[in-house]
Design a protein around this ligand. Structure first.
Ligand code: GLU
Length: 500
């Protein structure tokens, strides 16, 4: 039987193998990124394999979301769905005949056997062991069947699984890049199922078959799979497959030391896209989850990461997810971004925002959106940490404002004649030259303050509420300049109308 499979290819081949059970979250995105970094750094290949054999949970839509998030992050794959590759198909649900064929080879070589035990029977045996206080391990009842019995059972339609025959009292040894030497005695492993009675493979079996057939040289994945590795090595050994290099990435915990979950803030890439994070910031932050270059450096561009990243610098210590640090890094990338790129990103974000709110009619349509954004950028670039925060800050530039009751009555019991101030502001601004520059606006508005002998802050508050529908706004004079004379005067008028 042709069981020896050689891998003489020196090229580094890594894979990201998500099970499509939900969005691409921080943990999986980090795994994908570390694989991609290692492949890119070494000139190797990054393979994407969808582990969708668990039909109950697998959803087409989820697979598409995972692919979309990976593309958004720029983690393009050399082989996988939507890409060619000589070791496909790259979806496990399309590889069931392969798993079956290899399981037949194992049966013929007496390295696996049919198991006809029903789930109820197994449950009962497990229960009894638990009552006795003993660890449960399958008792190999079905290993004793003769080939005649097996044939009879199969022919009579009895459901069966296929179990791997774990060699007795052997030592499995492997070196994990992060966790060091791991030694396990095979006696602690039961004859595990490799093909379920529904014909579908179990994870430890299909992953080993696929990694070997896809000639994966380095397996880089979450620490939660460290304990699965010995079983996978048993499968490699049974076929005499080359054993890949293993790197298990430390767990990611929330600030409270608990396993990372939605409670700790947004954790899916999909959500980050919505919230207006930028890809370089996300990648930069992902790299810091378990890897470090030195104690001090936090900011790494993707190309610096490609240069500096080493598997050997991954820490064992669980990483702590810190949303505020991610926000800070995002703000850093926004502040240091070319204005032309920020303009593109903000425009896209604004269009999505408007679409989500069903707003098609912009308040100020005289000027094209991108030109307006270009003017707004200097006002907000240093202040925002996400694009969404930027949009929230500048939406009155685009959207019709409607004053709340609170703002409509804001000056009612205050010792300030808002109507008088606004009348003056209206008159002054109508007379400012057609260029309507922030400097001229400022000069003229300050004159009102002098004339009324009133602190300018008080006047600014009235104007802000009238033109911006809030007591806070980006720098006032520039805001008025960008709003334009017409819209500014229109809003002042509107506000006067409601406070009269
Ligand atoms: N499908 C597995 C998961 O999503 C992949 C594990 C592995 O990389 O071997 O956890």
């Amino acid at each position: 039987m042709n069981i020896k499979k050689e891998n003489n290819n020196k090229e580094i081949r890594v894979r990201f193998a998500p099970s499509p059970t939900g969005y691409l979250h921080v943990g999986s995105a980090r795994t994908a990124f570390f694989n991609w970094l290692y492949a890119t750094k070494t000139g190797g290949k990054f393979i994407l394999r969808i582990e969708d054999t668990d039909i109950a949970r697998h959803q087409e839509e989820t697979i598409n979301l995972i692919l979309k998030s990976l593309k958004w992050l720029g983690l393009n794959w050399d082989e996988g769905p939507e890409a060619s590759g000589e070791y496909g198909p790259y979806r496990q649900s399309l590889r069931t005949s392969i798993y079956k064929r290899y399981s037949q080879e194992l049966i013929q070589a007496k390295k696996a056997y049919h198991c006809f035990c029903s789930p109820e029977e197994l449950k009962e045996k497990r229960k009894n062991k638990t009552i006795e206080g003993k660890p449960y391990k399958y008792d190999r009842k079905c290993l004793k069947f003769s080939s005649k019995d097996i044939k009879y059972n199969i022919d009579s339609g009895k459901p069966y699984a296929i179990r791997f025959l774990v060699p007795e009292n052997k030592t499995i040894n492997f070196k994990d890049t992060v966790y060091g030497n791991i030694t396990v005695n095979t006696d602690s492993i039961e004859d595990f199922i490799i093909i379920r009675s529904n014909g579908l493979p179990t994870y430890n079996y299909s992953v080993a078959i696929d990694d070997a057939l896809m000639k994966i040289t380095h397996v880089i994945r979450g620490e939660d799979h460290l304990s699965n590795t010995p079983k996978q090595i048993l499968i490699y050994n049974a076929f005499n497959f080359n054993i890949p290099n293993f790197t298990h990435l430390p767990m990611i915990l929330g600030q409270d030391g608990q396993k990372l979950s939605k409670r700790h803030g947004s954790i899916s890439i999909e959500k980050y896209i919505e919230e207006g994070f930028v890809r370089e910031a996300i990648l930069n932050y992902l790299a810091l989850l378990g890897w470090s270059y030195n104690e001090k450096t936090t900011i790494f561009t993707t190309s610096e990461l490609i240069k500096k990243f080493e598997l050997s610098s991954i820490n064992k210590k669980p990483a702590k997810f810190d949303y505020n640090k991610l926000l800070w890094i995002n703000g850093y990338y926004i502040r240091n971004m070319e204005n032309s790129r920020l303009k593109q990103l903000l425009e896209k974000q604004i269009r999505n925002y408007l679409a989500s709110k069903n707003i098609i009619d912009l308040e100020n349509r005289i000027e094209p959106l991108d030109q307006k954004i270009e003017k707004i950028i200097p006002l907000i670039k240093e202040r925002i940490k996400t694009l969404k925060e930027g949009i929230d800050l500048i939406s009155p530039f685009f959207i019709k404002i409607s004053y709340s009751d609170e703002l409509a009555t804001y000056f009612k019991n205050k010792e300030i004649d808002a109507t008088d101030i606004l009348n003056r502001v209206y008159k002054t601004l109508s007379e400012v030259s057609s260029k309507f520059h922030a400097k001229d606006i400022e000069k003229n508005l300050r004159l009102i303050s002098e004339r009324l002998n009133l602190n300018f802050r008080k006047i600014a508050e009235v104007i802000r509420i009238a033109v911006w529908n809030s007591t806070i706004s980006p720098p006032l004079f520039e805001t008025i300049e960008i709003l334009g004379k017409e819209l500014t005067l229109k809003r002042i008028n509107e506000y006067m109308g409601i406070i009269l």
